[in-house]
Write a protein that binds this ligand. Structure first.
Ligand SMILES: [Zn+2]
Length: 98
C-alpha cells in the first residue's frame, strides 16, 4: 500500500485517496479568446488523449476520504515512488516539470 502525504493532513494510506488523472492539462485556445471555436479534433484530443507515461508523471489526486482537497503529485508510474506533492495552482518542483 502506498503512503500518500496530503498537503493539509499529512501521511495517510492510499485507500483515502482517489486518482484524478494527469495534472497541468491546458485547455485548447483559439487566439486570445478562451471561449473561441475549437475544432472537434482539438477538443477530442484535450478530453480523451493522454500520454501513457512510463516513469515520473504529474497527476491530480484527491483526499476524498479525508479533507476533500485536490492536489498534484509527481509519481513514478512503475515503482509508485512519490517524488513530490504540491498544491493546486503551484508548479511542480524543478526537475519534475514536463
Ligand atoms: Zn487531506
Amino acid at each position: 500500500m502506498m503512503k500518500i502525504t496530503c498537503p493539509w493532513c499529512g501521511v495517510r494510506g492510499e485507500e483515502e485517496f482517489t486518482h484524478g488523472g494527469p495534472s497541468h492539462l491546458a485547455r485548447p485556445v483559439v487566439g486570445d479568446n478562451p471561449m473561441g471555436d475549437v475544432s472537434d479534433a482539438d477538443w477530442a484530443d484535450y478530453l480523451f488523449m493522454r500520454d501513457n507515461v512510463k516513469g515520473v508523471s504529474l497527476e491530480r489526486w484527491g483526499h476524498i476520504q479525508g479533507c476533500g482537497q485536490w492536489f498534484n503529485m509527481a509519481r513514478d508510474s512503475v515503482t509508485h515512488e512519490i517524488h513530490a506533492v504540491y498544491k493546486m495552482g503551484e508548479q511542480p518542483p524543478e526537475g519534475w516539470r514536463s
